[in-house]
Design a binder for this molecule. Structure first.
Ligand code: 4AD
Ligand code: MG
Length: 451
């Protein structure tokens, strides 16, 4: 029905004079003779207007339906060429399915996003979140389509794992007991929630060539920022016989494909964000879709930062990890758009990244975007067994538990690369939403675990 309301096909409407709808009341007002209900039936972003008149047998009852109630109505479709929507429904029968009592928090027009986080079970009914969560679904499909169209194999990497892929020690331990012995609590072994599916998916790239994983990942970093969550979704492709340039091309193609896809398949939602959240959203992402992403080395970025006309909280010198203030300066002030930073010092990156010929930097890239900062982290992987082993020794990464990963370098190894794109940050970037807690259905951060 809503699809039809949108396209406004008269012919089909004629053959469907009477319709039956189930949904939830967003507003209800009546003057004793005539009443209007804004109904949302869940299939479409916009509400449907129901009109009821005093000749309706239960007019009195209908006019008392409260906001939030679930109802079932039958009615006649009427063209309303001058209205906000092409059609409205004149109610001929109405039944209350589920009443909604006066404690319902969404009766008030506006609540702060902070408050909405505390009613995570109700917030999908509010416009902003209704739009976000449908967009989340559309964007997921965009990602699958992008990869599936090119023959990538989708791999389900494990959630429970024996290794800490990034080597940063930011893992949640999985335990079976209250009095946990964390080292052997997964039936005698140490286990953690995955921080990245990368190592596992690399093994599949060396069989299927082009693969991706897309699932939840977990990080125990206790940082209360608007961009970090303890649980978030990550897209991690891995491509064999490919180097860092191929990797960056893939990132750029994917981001552009997804922008195009959401503009096409979630246009109502994107228009909403463009009006209510970020007035530049559509223009901004359209420009990103239509322009080439810039590339800059870490070393060049450091020069820009050292010559910057602003004072940073953290000073920068070659070798230091970039803070979000630095990343944002580069993509907002120097470039004004997405930028790939490449060739980071090896000491601030993970053990598996391929060492460049200079011996000091690695073939890594981060994609930085305005307002969000780091959207993607990727690299070409170290495929040389001896170099990898030496690097692990140097960094104190234990071989035990990673022997299988090193095997991939002994049994038909080849150059390969991949990246991780933070799905929740991508949603923030597309919509202009400022807090990661507001793009996740049930935010999981150190201070948000209401459900
Ligand atoms: O840069 P990261 O840590 O890279 C990896 O995990 C690699 N193993 C990816 C790969 O090469 N396969 O994380 C990748 C992305 C970041 O760029 C960021 O967008 C997101 O994941 N991310 C987070 N998003 C929300 N909350 C957090 N705590 C995040 N940590 C990383
Ligand atoms: Mg990173």
């Amino acid at each position: 029905l809503y699809e039809m309301m949108l396209t406004g096909s008269d012919m089909e409407i004629d053959s469907l004079e009477y319709v039956q709808l189930e949904g939830w009341i967003r507003t209800n007002r009546s003057n004793g003779k005539l009443g209007f209900i804004e109904l949302n039936d869940g299939t479409y972003f916009r509400n449907c207007q129901l009109v009821y008149k005093s000749d309706l047998s239960n007019f009195e009852e209908v006019s008392k339906y409260s906001t939030g109630s679930a109802i079932s109505v039958t009615g006649k479709l009427k063209a309303t060429p001058d209205g906000k929507q092409p059609y409205e429904i004149e109610v001929t029968e109405s039944k209350l399915v589920g009443d909604c009592d006066s404690s319902y928090p969404l009766q008030k027009k506006r609540h702060s996003f902070e408050y909405m986080r505390e009613i995570a079970h109700l917030r999908p009914r509010a416009n902003t979140f209704y739009a976000i969560f449908r967009l989340r679904s559309v964007l997921s499909m965009a990602i699958h389509e992008f990869f599936q169209n090119q023959g990538f194999v989708y791999v389900h990497t494990p959630i429970i794992t024996g290794n800490d892929a990034e080597g940063a020690g930011e893992t949640f331990t999985v335990t079976t007991r209250e009095d946990a012995d964390y080292d052997k609590d997964f039936f005698g072994k140490h286990a953690a929630l995955t921080v990245s599916g990368q190592l596992h998916v690399e093994a599949f790239a060396l069989a299927f060539r082009d693969v991706y994983t897309f699932g939840p990942t977990f990080r125990a970093e206790n940082s209360n920022t608007s961009r970090h969550a303890s649980e978030f979704w990550m897209i991690e492709p891995e491509i064999a016989f490919a180097d860092l340039d191929d990797d960056m091309d893939l990132i750029e193609d994917m981001v552009k494909f997804c922008i195009d896809y959401v503009l096409e398949n979630a246009s109502e939602e994107m228009n909403f964000f463009n009006t209510m959240i970020d007035k530049t959203a559509i223009e901004r992402i359209t420009k990103v879709r239509d322009s080439d992403f810039k590339r800059m080395t870490y070393t060049e970025a450091v020069e820009h930062l050292q010559n910057a006309d602003v004072e940073f909280e953290y000073p920068v010198e070659w070798g230091t990890d970039l803070q979000s203030e630095h990343e944002r300066y580069i993509c907002e002030k120097v470039i004004d758009g997405p930028v790939f930073l490449t060739d980071y010092p090896k000491d601030i990156k993970a053990f598996y990244m391929r060492i460049n010929d200079d011996g000091k930097t690695v073939a890594a890239t981060d994609l930085l975007v305005p307002s969000v900062g780091e959207l993607v982290g990727g690299s070409q992987r170290e495929e040389r067994y001896d170099v990898l082993k030496a690097r692990m020794d140097e960094m104190g990464v234990e071989e035990e538990g990673l022997q299988w990963y090193m095997d991939l370098r002994r049994y038909g190894g080849c150059k390969h690369a991949g990246f991780g794109l933070g799905f929740d940050r991508f949603l923030m970037y597309l919509t202009g939403m400022q807090n990661i807690r507001d793009v996740q259905p049930y935010a999981r951060t150190p201070r948000n675990l209401h459900f």
